[in-house]
Ligand binder design. Structure first.
Ligand code: NAD
Ligand code: UDX
Length: 478
């Protein structure tokens, strides 16, 4: 029986291994983590992450061929294939701070693998890492191996949160990179055999190590670049009277461009895009390619601009002051169908509004009060470094109320900002909300989910990303 162990029971390790266990009943899969609460949650009815369809998959396999454990060393030493899916955040200090990937967690996992292994293993990079990381890992493993042989593979993960199970069950492709030696090819074949249980052969791409590592960074950069491109156009739409939804539709109809990932928004968030592009920028700089580095840096700059532009729009529309005005924030997660808030645009927007002394009333169907307050009191890039977690600052606590219902959140508010595209925000009773708000009542839709015409008819002053502005925003009376 082949044994798989995955180090890191997070958003990637948990769902990915659960699907492997589901599709390969004859393989034993152990997911291990140093975080005791995380493993306890994986072993309970309240999984540590909210992901549609995940509960069912875990329930089917847990205790049969899927195990969650903190006994990292035992499971690593017994495994034939070790996936490493630990966090690879942005460095916060030292060389490359604010850009380079912090491989501290990865390196400590690699050293531990070398330490506890008594038999040969395939070590799979599942985390997103800088190109050439496999070379460094190989060095750590072989120099500490006591004669045991390791094959390193790169098998980056392309799932998106909120649709992880669908993506894993039916991936566009599975990418496996390895050494072009006989042993390397055997290792690739062994991992290919695992995925071949449910992924059609023509969707399994095998490459060299560096192509696999770089393809992951490239794919995320291309996706984020589409969003920054459409967001750049959204600013021009507002200035000219064009409508970004119509522009996106017309542009996306070109078969060479395609319709997906062209939704204008308050900015992209999530744990991957910014981190991976900064990492790419750093690699370009280190390789003497400043022009290429600057090209990709613009994707991040535009995203920051879009968030700032949104905050400025709120403040300037409301007579240039939001001091002590109640502003409702609907949605705090970085996208719908997840409770994940890592790099959520809501964090920067809320911080911007708090900077202008607003009172915030926040509602998100999946994010806890604790998480929101922690996010609002953390410095940039600290979220992925557990050691830096600090208690919320008194300012954030004082000016922020987190409520469990959209109607309560909007009561007596001057404005509401929609920052996550949760389905329930499309169907709220906006007439009822309007009646309970201060007048003039503003809606700032950062996700283009409300019917602008209908809301204006109710009486709201509406700003929607990339949509023609109303008379109010043109400086004319209604
Ligand atoms: P995560 O923070 O949710 O999970 C990482 C886990 O690794 C944590 O639970 C942490 O406790 C554990 N860990 C860290 N060091 C460890 C060690 N030495 N031993 C055992 N456990 C250890 O992160 P994630 O979102 O699952 O991302 C993991 C990697 O996958 C990152 O490199 C990320 O860029 C990449 N990735 C993420 C996504 C996504 O959607 N979140 C998608 C594709 C790729
Ligand atoms: C992304 C990649 O899609 C995935 O392949 C990779 O493995 C991890 O990073 P994720 O961050 O989970 O996945 O979600 P994604 O759907 O890509 O959304 C990222 C951000 O972009 C969200 O904030 C989302 O709201 C925003 N977005 C997405 C837009 O603003 N407009 C769009 O058209 C699409």
């Amino acid at each position: 029986m082949v044994k798989i162990c995955c180090i890191g029971a997070g958003y990637v390790g948990g769902p990915t291994m659960a699907v492997i266990a589901l599709k390969c009943p004859e393989i034993e899969v152990a997911v291990v983590d140093i975080s005791v609460p995380r493993i306890n949650a994986w072993n309970s009815d309240q999984l540590p992450i909210f992901e549609p369809g995940l509960d069912e998959v875990v329930k089917q396999c847990r205790g049969k061929n899927l195990f969650f454990s903190t006994d990292v060393e035992k499971h690593v030493s017994e495994a034939d294939i070790v996936f490493v899916s630990v966090n690879t955040p942005t460095k916060t200090c030292g060389l490359g701070a604010g850009k380079a990937a912090d491989l501290t967690y990865w390196e400590s996992a690699a050293r531990m693998i070398a330490d506890v292994s008594k038999s040969s293993k395939i070590v799979v990079e599942k985390s997103t890492v800088p190109v050439k990381t496999a070379e460094a890992i190989e060095k750590i493993l072989t120099h500490n191996s006591k004669g045991i042989s390791f094959q390193i593979l790169s098998n980056p993960e392309f799932l998106a949160e909120g649709t992880a199970i669908i993506n894993l069950l039916n991936p566009d492709r599975v990418l496996i990179g390895g050494r072009e030696t006989l042993k390397g090819k055997e290792a690739i074949q062994m991992l290919e055999d695992v995925y071949a249980h449910w992924v059609p052969k023509d969707r399994i791409i095998c490459t060299n190590l560096w192509s696999a590592e770089l393809s992951k960074l490239a794919a995320n950069a291309f996706l984020a670049q589409r969003i920054s491109s459409v967001n750049a156009m959204s600013a021009l739409c507002e200035a000219t009277g064009a409508d970004i939804t119509q522009v996106s539709y017309a542009v996306g109809k070109d078969a060479r461009i395609g319709p997906k990932f062209l939704n204008a928004s308050v900015g992209f968030g999530g744990s991957c895009f910014q981190k991976d592009i900064l990492n790419l920028v750093y690699i370009c700089e280190c390789n003497g390619l400043p022009v290429v580095a600057n090209y990709w840096k613009q994707v991040i700059k535009l995203n920051d601009y879009q968030k700032t532009r949104f905050v400025n729009q709120v403040v300037s529309s409301m007579f240039n002051t939001v001091a002590d005005k109640k502003i409702t924030v609907l949605g705090f997660a970085f996208k719908k169908d997840t409770g994940d808030t890592r790099e959520s645009p809501a964090i920067d927007v809320c911080k911007g509004l708090l900077g202008d002394k607003a009172q915030l009333s926040i509602y998100d169907p999946q994010v806890s009060e604790d998480q929101i307050k922690r996010d609002l009191s953390m410095s940039k890039f600290d979220w992925d470094h557990p050691a830096h977690l600090q208690p919320p600052s008194p300012i954030a606590i004082e000016k922020v109320r987190v409520v469990r219902d959209a109607y309560e959140a909007t009561k007596d508010a001057h404005a509401l900002c929609i920052l996550t595209e949760w389905e329930e925000f499309r169907t709220l009773d906006y007439k009822r909300i309007y009646e309970n708000m201060q007048k003039p009542a503003f809606v700032f839709d950062g996700r283009n989910i409300v019917n602008v015409k209908r809301l204006r008819k109710i009486g709201f002053i509406v700003y929607s990303i990339g949509k023609p502005l109303d008379a109010w925003h043109h400086g004319k009376p209604e």
